[in-house]
Design a protein around this ligand. Sequence first.
Ligand SMILES: C[S@@+](CC[C@H](N)C(=O)[O-])C[C@H]1O[C@@H](n2cnc3c(N)ncnc32)[C@H](O)[C@@H]1O
Length: 260
Amino acid sequence: MSGKVWIVGAGPGAPDLLTLRAARVIEQAEVLIWTDSLVNPQLAAMAPEGCERLRTSTLTLEEVMGVMLDRVARGQRVVRLHDGDTCLYSALHEQRCRLEEAGVEVEVVPGLSAYQATAAALQSELTVPGLVQTIVLSRAGGRTGVPEHESLAKLAALQASLCLYLSARHVEEVQAELLLHYPADTPVAIAYRVSWPDQWLTVVPLQAMTQVSAERQLIRTTLYVVSPALAPPGEARSKLYSASHDHLFRAASQAISSAS
Ligand SMILES: C[S@@+](CC[C@H](N)C(=O)[O-])C[C@H]1O[C@@H](n2cnc3c(N)ncnc32)[C@H](O)[C@@H]1O
């Protein structure tokens, strides 16, 4: 079979956080298959009037693939829309395997992930010099499970900025494992439906993560960001913008003279 499918990241929710490329692809769709449990319906509405729209929340992978391959065989322009970015918990891999097996070309259009939207909403850099220089994106095991060598206790040992997807249902175990390595007062952002009109966002000490999540009855569309970088801004500064640091685009002496 020839043909092509566009697999597109829709961003965290707000329609104006969609990329221009993604908007162009949606506007040209003849068939739009979209993750209605997480993608904003306003984005599905951007597809042209005659476009066939298919919601995936009640479908199996086989059912989704059946429609996808059928419409491609009919020569239609098929767009598969996922929330956030396609490289994180999106089922891109399993769909791409089946499309390539069928000889269908795939183009992937990236989207803004929930962790990026959360960091922006908090006005936070998650890599503050001298404090933390690594971001880990992961999840609690849940039904999918994670390989043993990626257990939360092992990730926590890094004391990096740790962004946890799909973890609200398991927050009690998550907090217990994180406390094995992070200090109990490490700031944790609890981010619910970031960028949607009903966004709820707070920063609490790690030891209060479970209690606050339970009080808000958070189960889904919640991201946790555990990071020493979420503490109030201090004296940290980067080498990149330091006058005494030279690099490819700026000599140290130039920087000092232009600043004076
Ligand atoms: C199936 S995963 C998809 C992640 C998505 N591909 C991304 O890059 O953001 C869904 C999980 O992402 C997180 N998530 C997605 N959108 C969110 C939002 N607007 N606010 C907070 N968390 C969100 C939640 O942890 C949710 O359970």
